[in-house]
Design a protein around this ligand. Structure first.
Ligand code: N01
Length: 534
């Protein structure tokens, strides 16, 4: 704890030094603000600092999962694979921190324990485990998936082996050589980790509650010619990305055709082509996948057919086969996921009907049967989008707790501001496209918007900005109305908070990046419509 932090008052405190917090700090400095970042980790990178599990890799292609704010940076940095692995992305994050000399204003190993709005001083007071920070503005750059979900299993503390969570993996790595490993969960993290852990360990048991659809990523070394091609037209391609509903370009053009109207031949040809190309492009072959149940079922059936083809044992294939709506939960990409279950040392245990009963010293018990394990990997996900914000005990005007304000689900205006919580911004907050998009362009859009807003307030001599309750209420209605046009609200996804017992079921992100950006621009141009500025 340094003395200036204890007594110091900053223009802005940014919470989090992931991709959002790093760029926010850089932009604030450029705009002449005195800003400091507090970060609970010992280094930069956010998600990529914590999620070091075997096989961790970005599902968005490298040329697109990168900052665009500095053309020199994007020209100089060389990516090595179609999709970057976690170590490479973390190297990139560290490079950015060094290149823009960010570390001198980042306080690492500092956890915010409470954040209170002081109405008299018109400042935020942040209590951390390393001292107190005061600032006129706070930017929560805390990430959407940064608080792990750790389900309580009876007897878990009696387990004699080692336990790990994919979302907070040991930095020194884990050697599973010769071990029996249990993996609990089959979401994106598990689907990436399982094939790699299976290569290392002696025996692998996967406990699956809900089977997941997964499409091959088709990762490969990045062709230097392709990289050069991107760099030759980066400006144009970045602009084109921002016109897409998920802020990313696909290898094959998005189609607005309706799957249910395609002939058998046409449907099979298109889906096979996209399966072969791999990645999210698979989900963009038809425009109605998340809008029309019949079309969705047709695409889901195609993937079910692939699972049946790949998995040798029909019983295992049946267990791995989902019957819910495809792309309703976050789509998964894999490298030899289903193939892994053909290996003799890999076993799948269905816990959909009979949940995990308990954990004992020797392993995991289901329906009275003990599955021995030397190590347990919890791949059980996150308290998404709201977990980290709520954990910070934020209180706004008149001591109102964010937890109370969000009692019936998160409420924001544009996913950027919260009524009753002046001068508090959220980057990729609930109510913004965030997790339904390529996160880095989404982050950049929010950071640019917040930066411009702060300059405007400074120029006007205004001390506060706060979302108006009516604007927030209409925005919440708007997000719900847009989500209700899709199939998203129909399944038990973390988008809805359905993975956390007791969490209010509300669809949290807003589908559609370009119309959202248009609204943000319009609000700013219209004198920050819906915000009270004083
Ligand atoms: O978490 P998840 P994740 N008993 O919530 C199971 C991003 N991400 O870490 O489906 C038994 O998807 C749970 O079962 P069910 C991406 O946005 C990105 O895998 O709830 N099982 C599920 O199978 C992703 O969506 C990338 O029935 C239990 C699993 O645990 C998000 O992070 C890579 C259980 C959790 O799956 C989260 O993915 C990885 C219990 N009590 C992740 N509780 C890239 O871009 C939970 N489960 C590459």
């Amino acid at each position: 704890m340094s003395s200036e932090d204890v007594a110091g008052v900053h223009d802005v405190v940014v919470v989090g030094a992931g991709f959002a917090g790093m760029f926010m700090l850089h932009r604030l400095r450029e705009l002449g603000f005195d800003a400091v970042v507090v970060e609970r980790a010992g280094g930069v990178g956010g998600t990529w600092y914590w999620n070091r599990y075997p096989g961790a890799r970005c599902d968005v292609e490298s040329m697109q999962y990168s900052y665009s704010f500095d053309p020199q940076l994007e020209q100089e940095w060389e990516w090595s694979e179609r999709y970057s692995g976690q170590p490479e992305i973390l190297r990139y994050a560290n490079h950015v921190a060094d290149r823009y000399d960010l570390r001198r204003d980042i306080r690492f190993d500092t956890t915010v324990e409470q954040a209170d709005w002081d109405d008299e001083a018109r400042q935020w007071l942040l209590l951390t485990d390393r001292g107190v920070y005061r600032a006129r503005f706070v930017v929560m750059a805390t990430g959407c998936l940064s608080t792990t979900n750790e389900p309580v299993f009876e007897g878990a503390q009696t387990f004699a082996g080692a336990t790990y969570h994919t979302g907070s993996w040991p930095h020194e790595g884990v050697d599973f050589g010769g071990q029996s490993v249990a993996v609990i969960g089959t979401g994106s993290s598990a689907i990436q980790a399982i094939p790699v852990i299976a290569e290392e360990c002696a025996a692998l048991t996967v406990f699956q509650r809900t089977p997941n659809y997964s499409v091959p990523a088709r990762n490969q070394p990045l062709d230097p010619a392709e990289q050069a091609d991107w760099k030759a037209s980066y400006r144009e391609r970045r602009a084109e990305m921002l016109d897409q509903r998920a802020a990313m370009l696909q290898r094959l053009p998005d189609s607005e055709d309706l799957a249910k109207e395609a002939t058998e031949d046409e449907f099979a040809r298109r889906m096979e082509e996209r399966w072969a190309v791999g990645g999210f492009t698979f989900y963009r072959g038809y425009g109605d996948i998340v809008f029309d149940a019949e079309s969705n079922e047709r695409i889901a059936a195609f993937v079910r057919g692939k699972i049946a083809d790949i998995v040798d044992d029909p019983e295992v294939a049946a267990l791995l086969t989902p019957h819910n709506t495809i792309a309703c939960k976050r789509p998964c990409l894999d490298t030899r996921y289903y193939e892994t279950f053909n290996q003799p040392h890999v076993r799948l245990v269905d816990v959909s009907q009979t949940p995990i009963e308990r954990i004992c010293a020797a392993g995991v018990v289901v329906d009275g049967q003990e599955y021995p394990a030397d190590a347990i990997v919890y791949a059980t996900g996150f308290d998404a989008m709201t977990g980290t914000l709520l954990r910070m005990n934020i209180t706004g005007r008149s001591g109102r707790r964010l937890a109370d304000h969000w009692d019936a689900g998160p409420r924001t205006y544009l996913g950027l501001g919260i009524a009753g919580f002046p001068n508090l911004f959220t980057v990729s907050g609930p109510g913004s496209p965030s997790v339904l998009t390529n996160m880095i362009p989404s982050i950049e859009q929010h950071v640019e918007w917040i930066g411009r807003c702060l300059v405007e307030l400074r120029e006007r001599g205004a001390a506060t900005i706060e979302a108006e309750p009516d604007a927030e209420a209409s925005w919440v209605d708007h997000v719900n109305a847009v989500a209700d046009l899709t199939l998203y609200p129909t399944c038990n996804s973390w988008y809805l908070g359905a993975n956390i017992p007791g969490k209010t079921r509300v669809f949290m992100p807003l589908p559609g990046f370009p119309p959202y950006v248009e609204v943000c621009e319009d609000v700013a141009a219209d004198n920050y419509r819906g915000f009270a500025v004083a």
